[in-house]
Every structure is written in C-alpha cells, then in structure tokens.
Design a protein around this ligand. Structure first.
Ligand SMILES: Cc1ncc(COP(=O)(O)O)c(C=O)c1O
Length: 381
C-alpha cells in the first residue's frame, strides 16, 4: 500500500494536545498569543488595501516598500546591518524557520537547540531529516550553558538555534551570553539562527542584543522575527527572515515556488504596524504584560510547592512543580480536570520535565482566578 514518508509517520505533536480549546469554564493559560486585539489602524490598512484592489500577485520576497521599512526598523532598533534585499516577508516566523532549515542544512546534519526549546524547532528539523541535539540550559535561570553547547558540537553540527526572549522559559540572554554564542558559531563555522520574535517584550535591565549586530554576525546569523507577538497579529501570519545574501537568494526561490508571497493586501497592514502610532500601542501592551507578570510572580510565590525563576521576557512563566511530587503531565492533566486550569506540561518538551508553562498574556482577572483555582486545588490534595 502506498504510504506517507517514513519521517512523518511518528512525527511528535509538540504541545498541540494541550492547546485544544477547553470547555468555557476552564481558565486557558496555554496559548502564546497576546490578549489584545490588533490595533485598529493596522486593520484599516488591510481593508483599504483590499478596496484599492491589491489582490494580485506581487513581488515574492514582499513589497519593496515593506522590505525597506523592515530593514530600517531592524537597523535603527537593533543595529542589524540589513537591507531591503536581505529580507523576505514570510507567512509567519514559523515558515521563515522552516525555510532556514531547508536552505542551510543537508539531511543528517545536527542542529543544536537549547532545551527546553519551543517544540516547532525540533519537529521542523525532523521534517527535514535533520538531527535536533538538545543541550540543557541552566535550570536555575534558564540561561545558556556555554560549555555544554561547545561540548555538544560534532563534525556534523551545522547550526545553533537561539531564542531570546525565550518561549517557554521567559529567559532573556545577557549581552555577554549572546557574544559567547556568536563566538561559538564563528569558532565552529556554524549558522546561528536567532529567533527574535519576542524582542520587544524584554523586562530586563539590558537591551535586546541581536548577534547579527555584532562583528562577524552579518555573514552567519539569520534573524527570524515577525508581527505576531508584538503587534497582537498572530492570526495574520506575517513573519520575516533577514540574513546573508546567499541564504536570502535561495530562500527567494524557495518562497516563490512554495507560496509566491504573503497575501498582497497584508503587506500594507504590516507596513502600517511600523509607525510611531503603533509603537504607542505596543508600549501600552507592554505595561499590561508587566502588571500581569507581577500578578503571576506574587501568586506563584504564595502557593506552597510551586516556584518560578523571574520571567525576564516574552509572556511566559516556567513554573517548577517538582515539590508537588507530580510529573508535569500528571500536574497539567489534574489541573485541567480538577482545578479547571489549562497549562502546558514542560515534559512535552525535551529538557522541560518538572515544569509547567503558563502564558500570562491573558487578562488580570483570568490570572487571579487561575491562581486561586490552582492554590485551592493544591491545598485540597
Ligand atoms: C519562539 C517562537 N518562534 C516563532 C513563533 C512563530 O511565530 P509566528 O506566529 O510568526 O509564526 C512562535 C510562536 O509561538 C514562538 O513562540
């Protein structure tokens, strides 16, 4: 009987089983998506663009105007030396990542991921017949263990993937760590993929540092980011990749033949997000996330048996549940059934056992209610 490709047969499902929309009486702490509507000027830009007839094929890398504005934004905000020609606008950051694995790696290559890592990296590697190598981060603060990364490098290692601010741990790497990670990539001649989708959501005292902005970064760092998280645009599916010209040249052919481009009328909406008016909206979102983060930190500190390193960025808390004596899947399953709170068991991610992930992007009432349910449930057992 004709069959699907072997590598897809047992492909892991990642965190998908725990992302299913729960019954309405359940507090949903799982989805990694801003608890805000897309700012109205962005919505209006899409509608105007549709009304103006931007419904035809267009430049497959993304409109020149959008690529230029994006390049300026990356340069001005993060010092990344990029140009409109070094950028491709993709259907979400997720697809930009898939393109990166496709274009930069051969089957059998090893890709170093810092565990626990966002699960799509591992799954995409497997789709491309690459070997994801999970190197654990330091458990006390979720920052990279530089010696362990070096020790994991073999003759087959092709790429190192980093993600700061991080999903699922909330860690934001220090400038010194980012420099060290680039040094490793240079020393071992690796691609360094820097997933910076949460760059705006940094609660530390240091600024977000992209390795692409450092000396020697331009030729080996591939920056992935997008509109989903900062601008509350998850459903719009707009991401981008910025990288060296040989990578972008190959990806241009890939995108042209895979999906042509993102919907033409969404390019104007993406452009509308890069204005100072929308910057103000993002600052409002950030103030709200900070208040929510504090509620989560205070709430977790008050519950016996739970602890959480301070979330430094993004909108996730990674909570240590080991003192409860439950493994993370048991904890999450019971939390769902008994406390009516849905969260992600860290054990679904390599290196994440002993923790559960909470997204604090939900509103303050939902956070308070979830915390009181978890507290009451744990007190009752
Ligand atoms: C670390 C990380 N990278 C990339 C993505 C994908 O973003 P997009 O919605 O742009 O595909 C996500 C989404 O959850 C993420 O958490």
């Amino acid at each position: 009987m004709v069959d699907i490709a072997e590598r897809f047969v047992d492909l892991p499902a990642g965190i998908k089983p725990f992302l299913a929309p729960p019954p309405t009486d359940v507090i949903r702490w799982t989805v990694g998506e801003p608890g805000f509507d897309t700012p109205q000027p962005i919505v209006e830009a899409a509608i105007e663009s549709l009304n103006a007839g931007k419904t035809k094929y267009t430049r497959s890398e993304g409109s020149l105007e959008l690529c230029e504005a994006t390049a300026n934004r990356l340069q001005e905000r993060y010092g990344i030396p990029t140009t409109a020609e070094s950028i491709i606008i993709t259907p979400g950051a997720k697809q930009a990542l898939l393109y990166t694995f496709m274009v930069c790696c051969e089957p059998g290559d090893e890709v170093i991921l810092l565990a626990p890592a966002w699960p799509s990296y591992d799954i995409q590697c497997r789709m491309m017949q690459l070997n994801p190598i999970h190197v654990p981060v330091n458990k006390d603060n979720f920052h990279p263990n530089i010696e362990a990364i070096e020790a994991a490098i073999t003759s087959k290692t092709k790429m190192l993937v980093i993600n700061s601010p991080n999903n699922p741990t909330g860690a934001v790497y220090t400038p010194a760590e980012v420099e060290d990670l680039l040094k490793i990539a240079k020393k071992h001649d690796l691609w360094l993929i820097s997933d910076e989708i949460y760059a705006r959501l940094n609660w530390t005292g240091w600024d977000h540092l992209s390795p692409a902005s450092l000396e020697g970064g331009a030729e080996r760092v591939i920056v992935i980011t997008g509109w989903s998280k900062s601008f509350a645009m998850t459903g719009w599916r707009i991401g981008l990749v910025s990288g060296p010209s040989k990578v972008i040249g190959a990806m241009g052919k890939l995108q042209a033949n895979a999906c042509s481009h993102i919907p033409s009328f969404l390019m104007d909406a993406a452009l509308a997000a890069l204005t100072s008016e929308i910057d103000d909206a993002v600052e409002e979102f950030k103030r709200a996330y900070l208040a929510r983060r504090q509620i989560l930190m205070d709430g977790i500190a008050a519950i016996d048996g739970l602890s959480m390193p301070e979330p430094e960025g993004a909108f996730y808390g990674f909570v240590d549940i080991t003192e409860t004596g439950m493994d993370s899947t048991t904890f999450a399953t019971k939390a769902l059934n008994d406390a009516k709170v849905q969260l992600i068991p860290g054990g679904l991610l390599e290196g994440g056992e002993g923790f559960v992930r909470i997204s604090y992007a939900c509103d303050e009432d939902t956070l308070h209610e979830g915390l009181s349910r978890i507290s009451n449930w744990l007190d009752s057992i």
